[in-house]
Design a protein around this ligand. Structure first.
Ligand code: FES
Length: 134
């Protein structure tokens, strides 16, 4: 009877990793033109691993729960793994979302992809330091 799973409610009411990373290695911002919701992801990447991730979401409860869960899913994971995160995986980890709310989880996938793309772009142009560390 409940429209939203307990996990969705938990992550909506107590979102993890909310905030800003000032010196982020990658930042991605995406929006859904239809509902007007906006999601921003910040990544701190250390040695190819997502050392820290934070988000700001101006959006519906499902978008907040999705971004919270998405950050939990990629934190501590290699960049290559984070790149494979899909909105399906986010929704599954939340024990499902109503069909008409699936697009909210897409926002989380896109925000992470955008932040990773930003990181790749930045690190691509900064490949000149710290090559061989003892
Ligand atoms: Fe817009 Fe959920 S209604 S992201």
């Amino acid at each position: 009877m409940a429209l939203y799973s307990e996990k969705v409610m938990d992550h909506f009411l107590h979102p993890r990793n909310v905030g800003v990373i000032e010196d982020a290695d990658g930042v991605g911002e995406v929006g859904n033109a239809k509902c007007g919701d906006i999601m921003k992801m910040y990544l701190k990447i250390d040695d190819g691993v997502i050392a820290d991730v934070k988000f700001e979401t101006f959006g519906c409860g499902s978008a907040i729960a999705s971004s919270s869960m998405a950050t939990e899913l990629i934190k501590g994971k290699p960049v290559s793994e984070a790149m494979k995160l899909t909105n399906q995986a986010v929704a599954e980890a939340l024990d499902g979302l109503p069909a008409y709310k699936m697009h909210c989880s897409v926002l989380a996938e896109e925000a992470i992809q955008a932040a990773l793309a930003d990181y790749e772009q930045k690190s691509g142009s900064e490949q000149n330091s710290g090559k061989s560390e003892g």
